[in-house]
Design a protein around this ligand. Structure first.
Ligand code: FES
Ligand code: FES
Length: 154
């Protein structure tokens, strides 16, 4: 099946099998391996990307469902060699350890801040309910997102 998408500002067209997930399309066909697959069942959030302005779990979305859509992946967050303020905040506040969950955390953080520019700690924790981290205990992730929101608002 033919699909066409705009990903990180670039247009792609491919003839793909209808059964392929968006996560596999990004990773295996486009080589955008920053989108991670932790569970493949919508549980961990490692595969989170932005589709048409909303954070979605790309492991449980078919690539054909994204046909005609605009997608941002973690590769599209930085501006060349300059990290996105959210990425910068994760670095500054040690919001990651192994980094496996981090692309999904950053994409979810962007969604949280977009919908609520000044989130409270509780609102951030609620917004992260669909994203699992096995390393950090979440505390520094929350701090990173609070700091990123401040930066983006200043
Ligand atoms: S890989 Fe998609 S939610 Fe875990
Ligand atoms: S930093 Fe290792 S899973 Fe989150």
């Amino acid at each position: 099946m033919q699909i066409s998408t705009t990903i990180n500002g670039k247009t792609y067209s491919h003839d793909i099998e209808p059964r392929i997930s968006l996560a596999h399309y990004l990773r295996e066909i486009l080589d955008l391996t920053g989108t991670h697959i932790g569970c493949d069942t919508s549980g961990c959030g490692a595969c989170t990307v932005n589709l048409n302005g909303m954070a979605v779990k790309s492991c449980t979305l078919l690539a054909v469902q994204a046909d005609g859509g605009e997608i941002t992946t973690i590769e599209g967050m930085a501006d060349g060699n300059t990290m996105h303020p959210i990425q910068e905040a994760f670095k500054e506040h040690h919001g990651l350890q192994c980094g496996f969950c981090t692309p999904g955390m950053v994409m979810t953080a962007a969604d949280i801040i977009k919908n609520n520019p000044n989130p409270t700690e509780e609102e951030i924790r609620h917004g992260l309910e669909g994203n699992f981290c096995r390393c950090t205990g979440y505390h520094n992730i929350v701090k990173s997102i609070q700091h990123a929101a401040e930066k983006l608002n200043s």
